[in-house]
Design a protein around this ligand. Structure first.
Ligand SMILES: [Zn+2]
Length: 345
């Protein structure tokens, strides 16, 4: 009998899942990074000297790793290849609905503008998204952006939402110790006037807490991390039922959460507050979305029924209309009916 049972890992891969917090560049797997190096190494032989870490304990410098990744995705064809591979990897891991996010980047030396960057990502999603998955895009505003740059990102969101139905939201991201939300707030308000959903990287470190009221004042549709909840943030998030994007591995390795056992998703689960298990940077942190479900299960004793419930409830928090949510829920329920044997533990 035992040999017929599916492992927890296999269950979590097969489980249909929603991924709502995934930065394209941080999601590139070691294999994809090697492919990108191979495409560029003739012109940039120094790229071959960088050791691509295959596991987390081999990374001692995240900053150097991200610098290397940005060198690999500095032209349109590399951005297209990276986006395609990220979608394929999420689909292979059982993701059925994906919201990718990225900060528009220009590299004029290689003819890439912020507009052509977004166009490349959007057309790659249209052309190469695997048939088992829906992919949408969130454009990120970096905390270091000027208001003018932030407005440019909103312009791009408006343009590509009109031309396609791909862009569904605008995000605040970047170095948590830099910039000020208030300086960028007009750009987020304009995004809202154009009916974009808003998600904000929120309260990751204690230095963020003083500006939490400003972030909450625009009524974001979701929050990323929301690691440290002071009373005002906690009350507001619970009263307004704001869903939280939860990235356990990312938080522990970024040291914003001390241990998995002390992760704040526990409180959200106890309070029956909406959350979505996500990866943040699945490449850099070497953790697929299925692994985040394994971690949640092992850390908090969630059985397979509870894992399904977490994945199913996450659908309510995606940036999509009710019709799309209902279609996804039907897919989840059919899958469950057809895979009852996987629920045997
Ligand atoms: Zn993030």
């Amino acid at each position: 009998m035992l040999t017929n049972m599916t492992s927890l890992t296999e269950f979590c891969i097969q489980l249909p899942k929603v991924e709502a917090h995934a930065h394209i560049n941080g999601s590139l797997s070691p294999q994809t990074l090697r492919e990108l190096v191979a495409r560029k190494v003739d012109m940039n032989p120094e790229l071959a000297a960088f050791t691509i870490p295959d596991s987390l304990d081999r990374i001692d410098d995240f900053f150097a790793l991200f610098k290397f990744i940005y060198q690999l995705t500095d032209d349109e064809s590399s951005v297209a290849h990276a986006t395609k591979r990220v979608m394929e990897e999420f689909a292979a891991d059982g993701v059925r609905y994906l919201e990718l996010r990225t900060t528009p980047r220009a590299n004029l030396a290689k003819g890439m503008t912020k507009q052509s960057y977004v166009k490349t990502v959007v057309s790659t999603i249209q052309r190469d998204c695997p048939g088992t998955m829906v992919t949408k895009l969130i454009l990120s505003i970096d905390r270091r952006n000027t208001l003018e740059e932030a407005q440019e990102t909103v312009d791009l969101a408006i343009q590509f939402a009109k031309e396609t139905n791909m862009v569904v939201g605008v995000d605040l991201c970047g170095d948590v110790m830099k910039g000020s939300f208030l300086a960028l707030k007009p750009a987020f308000e304009r995004a809202q006037q154009h009916h974009f959903n808003i998600t904000l990287h929120f309260n990751e470190v204690k230095e963020n807490i003083p500006e939490a009221p400003d972030l909450l004042s625009i009524h974001p549709d979701r929050l990323g991390h929301a690691t440290l909840l002071d009373d005002l943030s906690r009350n507001t998030i619970y009263q307004r039922n704001i869903p939280v994007e939860i990235c356990m591995t990312s938080n522990v390795f970024s040291k914003t959460v001390a241990t998995y056992e002390r992760h704040h998703v526990k409180e959200l689960m106890d309070e029956k507050h909406p959350f979505i298990l996500c990866t943040d940077d699945k490449g850099v942190f070497a953790s697929e979305l299925s692994n985040e479900y394994v971690l949640a299960s092992k850390t908090f004793g969630l059985n397979r029924e509870r894992l399904f419930e977490a994945s199913f409830k996450a659908i309510d928090s995606i940036f999509a209309d009710q019709e799309t949510k209902d279609e996804l829920k039907a897919i989840w329920l059919t899958w469950k009916k057809d895979h009852q044997y996987l629920f045997v533990e």
